[in-house]
Design a protein around this ligand. Structure first.
Ligand code: NCD
Length: 299
């Protein structure tokens, strides 16, 4: 089993992963044998390290691939690199700036591939961490009012999360700067798949929200950095904005956060992004455990 897109994750698979993750948190699991490779062709703090930590805790050995010190600098292709790591390992976590790269890797590799982010496209393991966190904090997902706020065009974590929230029946409010609405016709697709009516707004309004999910303006994906800077200055969430929402609202963020959340929120009881980041380990343990259960993953 690969994990490439949230569109390929059913509700029952997601629930299976949540049950496993809860067991991982309690230490109630059987260790697995094998090797995990992390191939990150783009910067990462949490995703790569939490995959490595999750792999080690699960019992796997790990190989980290540093692209800048590899034969890629001699001109070796992505495909050949994947072929080699398919020989060296039993499961791979991949991040790459190009959309579709994880799917290409999965076509080449016999072993499971997990998409740790492909360009601005998808980041399914992050979406599962997010749902797990919401479920833990709010005891349910269905019917919750969830505001999605920030640069929704470039945020792959958000693209996967929108699919995941629709799958579990949450009520989404899409708030982005003009021009940074979710791309790739994501809203149209979700609307027709789930029979809902998502539409983007540009005015921050968090009234009645149970969850506010914030993403940064992804300056590195802008052609014009000056435009990104101007948007960043105007699109920032303050404690006063949060107070429009329900009293027990939680603020989430996939991190890294730059300055889109004011520091007074960090110390408030609303901030759940550090707890969310720590849920990455049990959820990624659960995902790898599930992927390795399928035949292709076992040598
Ligand atoms: C995000 C990513 O790389 O997609 N971070 C993460 O994986 N937790 C978010 C981002 O870079 O803004």
């Amino acid at each position: 089993m690969d994990m490439l897109s949230m569109r390929e994750v059913s509700k029952s698979l997601a629930q299976d992963i949540f049950v496993r993750a809860a067991r991982m948190e309690k230490g109630d699991f059987e260790r697995r044998e094998g090797v995990l490779s992390t191939l990150f062709f783009e910067a990462s703090t949490r995703t790569k390290s939490s995959f490595l930590s999750a792999g080690l805790r699960l019992g796997l050995k790990t190989i980290d691939f540093p692209p800048e010190r590899s034969s890629l600098s001699k001109g070796e292709s992505f495909s050949d690199t994947i072929r080699m790591f398919d020989n060296y390992s039993d499961i791979m976590a991949i991040r790459h700036p190009r959309e579709g790269s994880a799917r290409l890797a999965a076509k080449i590799a016999a072993h499971p591939v997990i998409n740790g982010g492909d360009g601005a496209n998808e980041h399914p393991s992050q979406a599962l961490i997010d749902l797990y966190t919401i479920k833990k904090e709010k005891k349910k997902i269905e019917g919750l009012k969830v505001a999605l706020f920030g640069d929704l065009k470039h945020a792959r974590a958000m693209h996967s999360l929108m699919q995941a929230l629709a799958l579990f029946g949450a009520d989404m409010r899409i708030i982005s700067p003009p021009g940074l609405e979710p791309s790739y016709g994501i809203m149209d697709r979700i609307n027709s798949e789930f029979g809902i009516k998502l539409k983007a707004t540009h005015t921050p309004d968090f009234s009645g929200c149970d969850v506010i999910y914030v993403v940064r303006v992804q300056e590195e994906r802008f052609v014009d950095k000056y435009e990104a800077k101007q948007i960043k200055d105007r699109f920032r969430i303050k404690l006063a904005d949060v107070e429009q929402a329900k009293k027990d609202v939680i603020i989430m963020h996939p991190l890294p956060k730059i300055d889109e959340i004011t520091p007074d929120i960090d110390a408030s009881p609303y901030a759940k992004y550090y707890a969310q980041a720590s849920n990455a380990v049990p959820v990624r343990m659960a995902i790898m455990d599930k992927c390795l259960e399928s035949k292709e993953g076992v040598r």
